[in-house]
Design a protein around this ligand. Structure first.
Ligand SMILES: Cc1ncc(C[n+]2csc(CCOP(=O)(O)OP(=O)(O)O)c2C)c(N)n1
Ligand code: SF4
Length: 271
């Protein structure tokens, strides 16, 4: 039986992430899902953008493409449309996926491209020194908001749902068992799927906001978490500041390729 180790490049270790960074937990979870699903390496394509989390592809023994910051989704869209049989994954930080690349995110969801986007949300630009991103919570401190962040932040899951994503889920690195289940659900879903993973960046976000060491940051994210089932019985006021975890949206809608093919077939257009 395959294990996560079969999908890893151990000769590339030790990794470059800081001690306590949550990115490694997500990396291990992705590799474990490949093993759980017994995926053939040739049937997987993973595209990542630039950033700390973007480095996951360095350690995976599968077909990977490392592209420009913010442009992982368009590159992955090309791959998914050229070969609809591939399991296409896209790994991005919150800066990559929702800030510079936010436009691609909403259109990928709207078009329902058959791929799985995994966004590691550490609330800041980790790789470049902890600047604020589109998900940085209001009032929090970053290297570019030393007096407190004035902007309102995106809720990534709500954004994806509003843009039409058929599968939307959130997990934290405190609960890798759930994370694995949700990533698998995303890969099995036909159409655009998005999994937001809350990860600790103790080096920047945690330090600026006095959240303590990585273990405490993970405890904090778990304390903030509330399951989809419990959240359904809570008021908007009670949900203020909470992280809803689990599978938030799961509905079928024809993905782009299927719909396109049907139109071509129905009109008997010469391919
Ligand atoms: C087009 C472009 N703009 C800016 C940068 C500089 N840059 C590299 S990584 C990064 C932010 C990374 O933040 P995020 O995507 O949240 O990932 P993290 O490092 O936090 O995992 C930026 C701004 C770049 N490489 N390319
Ligand atoms: S800077 Fe933050 S996100 Fe980047 S490796 Fe270090 S802890 Fe992780």
């Amino acid at each position: 039986m395959a294990t996560y180790k079969d999908y890893m490049l151990f000769d590339k270790l030790p990794h470059t992430w800081c001690a306590g960074c949550g990115d490694g937990i997500v990396l291990q979870s992705i590799a474990a899902v490949f093993a759980d699903m017994e995926l053939d390496k040739h049937d997987i394509a993973l595209v990542s953008g630039i950033g700390c989390f973007g480095r996951v592809d360095d350690y995976l023994d599968i077909n990977c493409m490392h592209v420009t910051h913010g442009r992982a989704l368009p590159a992955a869209t090309g791959i998914a449309l050229a070969n609809p049989n591939l399991n296409v994954l896209v790994t991005m930080g919150d800066g990559d996926g929702t800030t510079i690349g936010g436009n691609h995110l909403i259109h990928c969801a709207r078009r329902n491209i058959n791929l799985t986007a995994i966004i590691a949300n550490n609330y800041n630009y980790g790789q470049t020194g902890g600047q604020y991103s589109a998900t940085t919570p209001t009032n929090s401190i970053t290297s570019t908001s030393p007096y407190g962040h004035v902007e309102q932040n995106f809720d990534i899951c709500k954004l994806a749902e509003a843009a039409g994503a058929g599968y939307v889920a959130r997990a934290t690195t405190y609960n890798p068992v759930q994370l694995r289940k949700l990533i698998r659900g995303g890969i099995e879903h036909k159409g655009f799927s998005l999994i937001e993973v809350m990860v600790a960046c103790p080096t920047h976000y945690g330090r600026y906001n006095k959240q303590g060491e990585a273990a405490r940051m993970m405890q904090l994210m778990n304390d903030q978490s509330v399951s989809v089932e419990k959240a359904a019985k809570m008021t908007p006021e009670e949900l203020e500041g909470r992280l809803i975890t689990g599978c938030i949206v799961n509905k079928d809608r024809d993905d782009y390729y299927t719909k396109y093919k049907r139109i071509i077939d129905e009109q008997n257009i010469d391919k």
